[in-house]
Design a protein around this ligand. Structure first.
Ligand code: HEM
Length: 177
């Protein structure tokens, strides 16, 4: 497979000539762009550049990754990881010719957080919160609040009565002088 430099890829940043790097491999998306379900514009944002983050962030389906494989034209000099695309490679297609030719032998697979993963995390947090809410005894708290409210009300009415008495006393005093 052909090896390109990042500079080579940069030159192909037009609608009519649209290359991008994803996980260290170079893809010619020129013909695919008009059919991209997410729109051609979004592909233009990474035209001639590295679209790995954008591609992984969306959490593209296995089918999308397989389609991507059909567009590969080479690899990038010194590329480190191509985990996501390797996952989707059709069976029987050797990884060694592409991946190992550019990836250092020590490179590790870095799992990228996808939208689906994030959705799962948010869902898990919501479930935990709900469980805490269900398990936490909320009734005693409500009773305590009601008791405090009652106390405040009693104090209010007592101070109103005392004020009234004081006013009455004042008017008697006023009469005496
Ligand atoms: C040539 C590379 C690409 C291919 C083959 C491809 C393929 C696809 C496919 C098949 C879908 C439909 C949903 C799915 O099956 O996952 C899709 C949706 C989408 N793609 Fe791509 N994609 C590519 C690159 C990119 C890049 C680089 C970005 C972002 C910078 C991107 C952003 C999106 C968005 C925003 C959607 C819509 C997601 C939604 O509506 O939920 N794609 N893509």
């Amino acid at each position: 497979m052909k090896v390109f430099t990042v500079e080579d890829v940069k030159k192909h940043d037009q609608n009519s000539d649209l290359w991008m790097i994803i996980n260290g491999r170079v893809y010619d998306c020129t013909n695919y762009a008009p059919d991209h379900p997410g729109g051609a514009e979004v592909l233009m944002t990474v035209a001639g550049a590295d679209g790995t983050e954008g591609f992984n962030d969306i959490g593209h389906s296995k089918e999308a990754k397989e389609q991507l494989e059909g567009l590969v034209i080479g690899t990038v000099e010194g590329a480190k990881t191509m985990t996501v695309v390797e996952e989707a490679q059709p069976q029987g297609q050797s990884q060694s010719s592409s991946a190992k030719s550019t990836a250092p032998s020590t490179s590790k697979e870095i799992p990228m957080p996808t939208h689906q993963n994030r959705r799962l995390i948010v869902l898990a947090i919501i479930i935990v919160l709900l469980l805490v809410l269900i398990m936490y005894p909320i009734d005693p708290i409500i009773t305590e609040i009601e008791r405090l409210e009652q106390l405040v009300r009693e104090q209010d009415s007592m101070s109103t009565v005392m004020n009234r008495n004081r006013t009455a006393g004042d008017s008697f005093g006023g009469l005496g002088t």
